[in-house]
Design a protein around this ligand. Structure first.
Ligand code: BES
Ligand code: ZN
Length: 456
């Protein structure tokens, strides 16, 4: 059990923890934007310094992209080891004008801290550091051996982490992995996540004439790339909301009736969800309830589209080219490589005469399921009860964390705890992203309790 003095120490330092979070959030560590490469590096340095202050032996590992921060603090070889993973990079903040206060000027309103990265993932990641700080202040020693891995490329699909894990397999060896990069089932209803969807993210480009043409002089002679692209995109899904790519569902594992019953019992407040999303109706596959559709069924969505003229007024052209970004969320036992191939050949089969199509893979990750029936899960549930004063429900999440599959495959570790301290309405990836300061505090308490629970 986590000693009471440690929980008291966490409480006593609440203000300072928030100040530190605010400092962390000021860095515009947007990994996808090369103009922020220096900011990303400074953020890594901030994390490194924080770990050094906690007595960790640290190292900044260069990769082909953004650096990886690694540190360890060993208490006693006879004790177990916990590896904590988080990411210090963030999504781009745009649309800027929809932020009530600027994304990199953290602001507190009504018990929430607002900033890009507040929940995803700086705030949640920091809970472990603050928990360790409190433990060290009171006891001078951690109850388990701890390794920390914080990367700067999660939001771009962790392209350099696979080779990194393979190279440092021994250094990263661990009994349990904890990741807080998701959310509770609902605010005030903590959860342990045992499943993540995978992701295939592709770009489709359609090229027609060599340059934009006068639509009067040449209309009637050439295929229009925007129209071709729209028709292709429209054919990716059937009217019933299912994906039309041949073979897409071939490897989808059928949900067990017991799991479906469990999901149906989760009190998803659909009315509140519709209000939050600003939509009148939720839509998706007819044979599945919302919770299944958002976590345990695969999907396809167009994330962006471009081409032609969209400025003020009218310009009479036939565009030379058009493009779209398409993301597909995968579930067990779909594999990214197979789905990419099916997508590619379907797009080529839909390509009419008169244009060329190009499909490129941007990034991806495979879906994962984690065994719920293991000691680490029971320890995590008990830790959440300490932090949140409620026992957790078990959920799958619809998002993806690329490293989780790699942890299983490369490190051979199956004790992966996905413990989201955030809330589904924190606005991750959206304008006005936030993190509840109470959840921050509860996360710190839970993280401390987890470390004591794992001590053996
Ligand atoms: N924190 C999310 C993952 C997540 C989202 C977990 C929702 C649970 C619920 C993470 O930072 C993220 O956004 N991942 C990307 C991965 C992608 C870039 C490979 C995602 O899911 O889009
Ligand atoms: Zn994210």
């Amino acid at each position: 059990m986590v000693p009471q003095e440690i929980l008291a120490e966490i409480e006593a330092n609440r203000q300072r923890h928030v100040q530190e979070l605010s400092e962390f959030l000021r860095f515009p560590s947007v990994s996808t934007d090369s103009s922020h490469a220096e900011d990303v590096r400074k953020t890594a340095a901030w994390v490194l310094t924080k770990l050094e202050k906690l007595g960790f032996r640290t190292r900044l590992y260069e990769t082909e992209g953004h650096p990886v921060v690694y540190g360890h603090r060993f208490s006693n070889p006879a004790l177990g080891t916990l590896l904590i993973y988080g990411h210090y990079d963030v999504q781009p903040p745009d649309p800027w004008d929809e932020w009530i206060t600027p994304p990199f000027s953290p602001t507190i309103r009504d018990g929430f801290i607002y900033a890009r990265g507040a929940t995803d993932n700086k705030g949640q990641c920091l809970t472990y550091f603050q928990a360790m700080e409190a433990i060290l202040a009171v006891r001078g020693e951690l109850p388990v051996n701890v390794k920390v891995l914080v990367e700067g490329e999660e939001e771009i699909g962790s392209p350099n982490l696979g080779p990194f894990l393979a190279k440092h397999r021994e250094e990263l060896e661990t009994d349990v992995i904890a990741i807080s990069d998701g959310s509770q089932f609902a605010s005030g209803m903590p959860a342990i996540t045992y499943g993540l969807r995978g992701l295939c993210y592709l770009q489709v480009e359609v090229e027609g004439p060599r340059f934009d043409l006068h639509s009067g002089s040449f209309g009637g002679l050439v295929a229009n790339p925007i129209q071709v692209l729209s028709q292709m995109l429209a054919r990716l899904k059937n009217n019933e909301g299912t994906v039309a790519i041949p073979g897409f569902y071939d490897d989808v594992r059928t949900l067990e009736p017991s799991e479906r019953e469990e999901m149906a019992r989760l009190p998803l407040d659909e009315a509140a969800l519709k209000r939050y999303l600003g939509v009148e109706q939720l839509v998706g596959e007819a044979d599945y309830v919302s919770m299944e559709r958002k976590t345990a069924r695969p999907t396809l969505d167009v994330s962006g589209i471009w081409g032609g003229f969209s400025g003020e007024g009218a310009k009479t052209i036939i565009p030379a080219r058009a493009g779209a970004k398409v993301s597909m969320r995968l579930v067990p036992d779909q594999r990214g490589a197979t789905i990419n191939e099916s997508f590619r050949s379907f797009v080529h089969s839909l390509t009419p005469a008169g244009v060329r199509t190009k499909v490129s893979e941007l990034h991806g990750s495979d879906p994962v399921l984690i065994d719920r029936d293991q000691e680490a899960m029971r320890v995590a549930a008990a830790a959440i009860e300490v932090g949140f004063e409620k026992s957790p429900v078990f959920i799958r999440e619809g998002g993806s964390i690329p490293i989780v599959g790699m942890f299983k495959d490369t490190l051979g570790c199956n004790s992966i705890l996905l413990l989201g301290w955030g809330s589904p309405d924190d606005g991750a990836h959206s304008p006005n992203e936030r993190f509840s300061l109470d959840d921050f505090q509860r996360g710190i308490r839970s993280a401390a309790a987890l470390m004591y629970g794992l001590a053996r």
